[in-house]
Design a protein around this ligand. Sequence first.
Ligand code: ZN
Ligand code: ZN
Length: 450
Amino acid sequence: MEDSGWKVYSAASGEEGLKLACEHKPEAIICDLLMPGINGYQVCRKIRADTAFVTQPRIIVISSSNYGTDRETSLAAGADDFLLKPVKPSELLHLLNQESGTTFFFRKSDFDGKRPTSDTSVFSTSIGTKTRVRFWGVRGSIATPGPHTVKYGGNTTCVEVRADGQLIILDAGTGIRQLGRKLAGEFKGKPMDIHMLITHTHWDHIQGFPFFIPAYDPKNQITVMGYEGAKMGLEHSLSSQMESPYFPIAMRQMPSNLKIVEASENEFYIGDIQVKTMFANHPGICLGYRLNTSAGSICFFPDNEPHSRLRMAPMGDSVQSYEVLSYAQKQDEKLIEFIRDADVLIMDSQYDATEYKSHIGWGHGCVDDVVAIAVIARVKKLFLHHHDPDHDDEMIDEMGDWANELVAIHGGETEVEPAREGLEVVLRRERGDLAGSRGKGEKKSAGQEK
Ligand SMILES: [Zn+2]
Ligand SMILES: [Zn+2]
C-alpha cells in the first residue's frame, strides 16, 4: 500500500486501532472482525458514533468468514465494504481507488439474483378444489415432544389451509418444519405460491420459520402477512430470530421470493378467499383471522383470552365495576360476531377452569369460556387449540370430553374436538347445494378424513 502512495498506520488490536484512528483521522480503516478485546463490529460502531470524525472514514472489513450473516452484520454496524480473506493487494487497492460505497467481494456461492417467477397455474391444479384444514402443530408456548404427547403432538402452532386454489399457512410454529418437508416432496421442484398469515410473533408462532424448506427454493413465492408488533415491525421480529447469535442464516439470505406485508386493512383477499382480521386479547399485538372460502369459513384464534372472566376477577379487595364488566362483555360480543356461523373455529383453550384461576391475565383461554362463545356464535366445529405444555394426552382427552358435556349443558349443536397434529378436516357443501354458489346461509358440513 505504501508503494502505491498510501500512508499506513498499523495496530495489533481493536483498542489500539481506535486510538490511532482518533489521532490521525485516516481516509480509510481496514479492520478485521475477529480481534481480541474490541472486535471489528464494535470498532465500526464506535467510529460511526464518534462525532470527532468530521469526515467519516471509509471502513473496509476483512474477514475469513464466508457467512453472509457476518457480512450483513458488518454493514449494519457501519462498514462500507467487506472483503473475504485472503485479500489480494490488487483487490484492496482497486477498492480503495473506487468511489466509496458498499462493495462486496465474495465467492461464487452467493445467489445470482435470478429468481424465476412462480407459475400459480401449476400450483392451483395440485391444490384441489375442496377446502382442507390440516393441523401441523397444536401446542402452545413451547414444543413438547415425548411419550405423553404422542396422540395430540408436541409441535407448536401451524395450520395448513388449502382452498380455492390457494395455499395458506396459519402461523409458523415448529409444526411448519414437517409441513415444509411434505410440500417439498409433493411439489418436487415445481414453484409454490404460499401465503403465510402470522397472528403474532411470540416465539411459539414463528420459531419454525427458519426451518421451512420451501423458503430456501428461489422458485417459490412466499408472502408473509401480519401486523406491526408492539415494539418492532413484523419483518424485524421475524428476521431478528435469525440474526447471528441465534441462527446461522439471515432471513435476507433465504433465496425464495419472500415478501413481508404488514396488513393495514382488516379485510383483504387472497385470490377468491376473503380474509378478515380482528385483534385478539393477548399481550402485545395479536390477531385472529377469518377465512371465508367457497366451501366454508375457518376462524383462527390460537392465542386469546376472553375478556369477561378476566375482568370479572377481583382487583385487590374490590370487585370490578359494572362499567368494566359491561365493557368486557361488549368485547366478547365483538368476537362472537366475528366468528358467527363459522364452519371451523380453532381457538386457544389452554386451561381448564381450575387452572385458569391461577393463570388469569396470561393471555390464554379457559375451555369453559371458549365453548360458551362458540355455542353462542353457532360455530359448527370447534377445535380446542394451544394445548398447555404440561397437558398430556390424557388431560387433553378429558378437556375434550368436558367441552362436549358443556355444549350439551348449553343446549348447543357445536361439535368439539381437541386439535391434533396430523388431523385433516375437509369442508364441503352438503348434497343438494348449488355448485359454485356462495350465498348466505348455505349449508355446509365439516367432515374429517383422518
Ligand atoms: Zn402462543
Ligand atoms: Zn402468544
